[in-house]
Design a protein around this ligand. Sequence first.
Ligand SMILES: Nc1nc2c(c(=O)[nH]1)N[C@H]1C(S)=C(S)[C@@H](COP(=O)(O)O)O[C@H]1N2
Ligand SMILES: [Mo]
Length: 224
Amino acid sequence: MADDDVTLSGEIKGKLIDSKQKWAEEGRLLTGKTAAPSERLPPGQRLVETWPVLDLGIQPEIPTHAWRLFIDGEVETPVALKWDEFKKLPQARLTTDIHCVTAWSRYDNRWEGVSARDLIALVKPKAEARHVIFHSYDTYKTNVPLADFAGDDVMLAWSWNDTPISREHGGPLRVVIPRLYFWKSAKWIKRIEFSIMDKPGFWEVRGYHNYGDPWREQRYDDEI
Ligand SMILES: Nc1nc2c(c(=O)[nH]1)N[C@H]1C(S)=C(S)[C@@H](COP(=O)(O)O)O[C@H]1N2
Ligand SMILES: [Mo]
């Protein structure tokens, strides 16, 4: 595999990261409300029509020949999938909403890709595995409980609204976890690690909530 062929263009947005970290310290945007999961728009969110781009500023360009998806850790059968191997897995379609912690939500995004359940069946997590850690080509990391990764609406998506996901939105492949804030949906996914222990990721160590349920407005870590 040719990691050298992956181009990391852009610059880390230090100021944006600092200000988002400050939001967490100040509890910005918090309404203090909770909503039933049956309510479509979570508390404090506003609907947008466009699809904003949010990341650390480095947007990797990953040519198909250099792309790999490693699924490993506490599993019976670790894999390192090439692009054509991934595309040969059963493909699924799903329409879901996006809820970003910066308070925008976007309804009815049509995704195509592989369901997390099919990937879980492929690698067979060991009984001790409880957490899933996503590692991305831009060095971003984020964590979710295995039970949430195993949700029936969780996908590894390569297509959005019938077009391949663009580089800025995490193409060739990104995670989509509709029931959590969108920072849990890693763009440019490189490695899915099954783990006994939890490993808080980039935003989780910078004041963001470890779980991130939009309906309970879990934007930030309560300890801060
Ligand atoms: N690899 C990676 N994934 C990431 C991020 C990132 O910086 N790097 N940002 C997260 C955040 S904070 C959000 S809100 C969404 C934004 O996805 P979008 O740019 O497609 O809207 O991606 C998430 N996944
Ligand atoms: Mo975000």
